[in-house]
Design a protein around this ligand. Structure first.
Ligand code: GLN
Length: 276
């Protein structure tokens, strides 16, 4: 993803794949401990936080749950779906951080990061260089945040929402972390390691529904047709897919296709899902 300059420095040949079962067993191969930025894989987990704090109706009404069928950073989608995007494209994800209940930017950012850590079952940290690189070039996302605010569809100061969103995208994870985060969803919202109920079990199906319809952006139909699993991708090269009630499959490989989805990760997960 060369629009985030520092990501061009990631070695392209890294590749890791991992399965984490709902009871926390880990099966892995390759570069599963390498730390990369979570990017958009953070989005469903923050949507989960909004649902945990305020219920699914707030997510549906204040952000929307319609797949846009357009690129993750599309401004056109925003214009067409002025009143309805979804929390897995940039517009909806920036709106989601603005909905997190907080009285300061610091508190908002802490809550978002703590929630990602709770899903992973270990403390995650922001990769500051990734944050600086993306925030200093975030003109498109700044435009999106301001348009949403203009329409009354962003619920905090727009620049604050942009910073908190960019920080969440810069959180460092490994493929193993993504596997554990997915396994928490497979396990009804309970982290397999810490046993913490990170989100209410009753809202997991709603979250997985949005991942099934919009997790791969404008490739979501193709993904569901061929792999059939709710999943989420990020331009850092990570993908996590969830087999509800059983396990998660996560993978990491930096090279992306046109839609911004990791080529080897998506093929590996699709093949493993087929085998199993
Ligand atoms: N931080 C990235 C952005 O806002 C996330 C995009 C992605 O992973 N698809 O563009």
């Amino acid at each position: 993803a060369d629009y985030i300059p520092i990501l061009t420095e990631t070695p392209s040949d890294l590749f890791g794949v991992v399965i984490v079962t709902k009871d926390g067993k880990v099966y892995s191969a390759g570069d599963v401990d390498y730390q990369f930025s979570i990017q958009s894989v953070s989005k469903p987990f923050t949507a989960a936080l909004v649902m945990t704090q305020q219920g699914p109706a707030v997510l549906k009404e204040k952000i929307g749950v319609e797949p846009t069928g357009m690129a993750f950073n599309s401004k056109l989608a925003l214009a067409v779906y002025e009143n309805s995007v979804n929390p897995l494209v940039n517009a909806g994800a920036i709106a989601a951080v603005s909905l997190v209940q907080a009285t300061s930017e610091q508190e908002r950012s802490n809550k978002v990061q703590q929630n990602l850590s709770d899903f992973a079952g270990r403390p995650l940290a922001v990769l500051e260089k990734v944050y600086e690189s993306e925030y200093s070039t975030a003109f498109g996302n700044r435009g999106i945040a301001n348009l949403l605010y203009n329409w009354g569809r962003l619920y905090s100061d727009p620049e604050e929402a942009l910073r908190v969103y960019t920080r969440e995208c810069s959180v460092g994870v490994s493929a193993k972390d993504l596997g554990m985060m997915g396994a928490t969803l497979a396990n009804g919202g309970v982290n397999p390691l810490t046993k913490k109920q990170v989100m209410p079990a009753k809202h997991v199906p709603e979250l997985l529904a949005v991942m099934a319809t919009a997790g791969f952006y404008d490739e979501s139909g193709d993904w569901m047709f061929t792999a059939g699993l709710p999943a989420k991708t990020g331009v850092g090269g990570g993908i996590v897919a969830v087999v509800p009630g059983r396990f998660a499959i996560a993978a990491f490989s930096p090279r992306l296709n046109e839609a911004g989805n990791s080529v080897r990760s998506l093929k590996a997960i699709r093949d493993i899902a087929g085998e199993l």
